[in-house]
Design a binder for this molecule. Structure first.
Ligand code: HEM
Length: 156
């Protein structure tokens, strides 16, 4: 249970809802969290901000206790078993479609490249999928996502 501390909600946005991590594997919920809830951090800062902050958090927040992840800049991303990972997650209940598994590597590369020609159609496909998942989740647990920011069915 995330404690919705008012100042945190004002600084970091709406706290995470259980339904938003129902497909997490491995399950990450614990009783102790150091650092903010990152559920709403998308689009809040520029890519450059994230690269600088992740490389050396203290370059942005001098008193941050967050460790740096500079090694990620030199670590090659291994995409070879991407489709197998999606298929394995589907076996434990994550509703990946056959289409998503088939396009696993292409979709990942599209997400990595802000200038990708496929970006707009990818975002439309993902938004439609997220709405479908939210609708399914709401059907299962009607009160779980009352104020979820991800469901924009009107844009379908
Ligand atoms: C790959 C792993 C991590 C990522 C991607 C990440 C990402 C972020 C981001 C984006 C923020 C800024 C949030 C905001 O201002 O809205 C943040 C802040 C913070 N994170 Fe992390 N974090 C990671 C790991 C950790 C770990 C392991 C710790 C602690 C042990 C931690 C502690 C903090 C703290 C204390 C802050 C607030 C101060 C600051 O802005 O630097 N983070 N993190």
């Amino acid at each position: 249970m995330i404690r919705p501390l008012r100042d945190e909600v004002e600084r970091y946005g709406h706290y995470s809802l259980a339904a938003e991590s129902m497909y997490d594997h491995p399950f990450q919920w614990g009783s102790k969290r150091t650092g903010p809830d990152l559920a709403r951090v998308g689009a809040k800062y520029s890519d450059e901000w994230h690269v600088t902050h992740l490389t050396n958090p203290r370059a942005i927040v001098p008193r941050s206790v967050m460790p740096g992840y500079s090694r990620l800049a030199h670590t090659e991303l291994d995409l070879t078993d991407m489709a197998a990972q999606l298929r394995t997650n589907r076996a434990v209940g994550v509703p990946y479609t056959e289409d998503q598994i088939k396009n696993a590597v292409t979709d990942l590369k599209t997400q990595l490249d802000p200038d990708s020609a496929d970006r707009a159609s990818f975002q439309k496909r993902i938004r439609r999928r997220l709405c479908a998942i939210s609708t399914e989740a709401l059907a299962i647990r009607p009160n779980s996502m009352r104020s979820s920011p991800t469901c924009r069915c009107s844009e379908r």
